[in-house]
Write a protein that binds this ligand. Structure first.
Ligand code: FES
Length: 129
């Protein structure tokens, strides 16, 4: 991760266009194919009524995960780090987390919030707590 990106808090995961998902009654719904078309390990969704940004990513283990996309230190976004089975916030200080959201290192004071994710056919459903 470049120093400039870290300084500015710019994450590597692209934003998924708001027209490709919907949020209603605490459930974020999107099509798996729309996520896969992004050709990125992770994508994030924000605004559109969501209480906070959400990161969706496919881990190195091939499993889809959804987390609250906010580091508890300075509220920076989170990126999956390919080949490491870990997540890292996009700040200079880089807190690192495992896929269960548990902090591994860094100044974050709390673990990440991991959301319940289920799949029904081509639909991905993420229950936002
Ligand atoms: S925002 Fe500072 S370590 Fe994550």
């Amino acid at each position: 991760m470049s120093f400039f990106k870290a300084l500015c808090g710019i994450c590597y995961s692209p934003k998924l266009d708001n027209s490709l998902w919907q949020y209603q009654n605490g459930v974020l719904l999107l099509k798996k194919e729309d996520y896969e078309k992004q050709n990125s390990m992770g994508v994030y969704m924000t605004d559109g009524g969501l209480p906070n940004s959400v990161l969706l990513f496919c881990g190195d283990d091939g499993v889809l995960y959804a987390i609250k996309n906010v580091c508890s230190h300075m509220h920076r976004k989170i990126d999956p780090i390919p080949g490491s089975n870990t997540l890292r916030c996009c700040s200079i200080m880089h807190s690192n987390f495992d896929y269960s959201g548990r902090k591994i290192s860094g100044p974050a004071s709390r673990n990440l919030v991991v959301y319940d994710l289920s799949q029904e056919g081509n639909d991905i459903l993420i229950k936002i707590n």
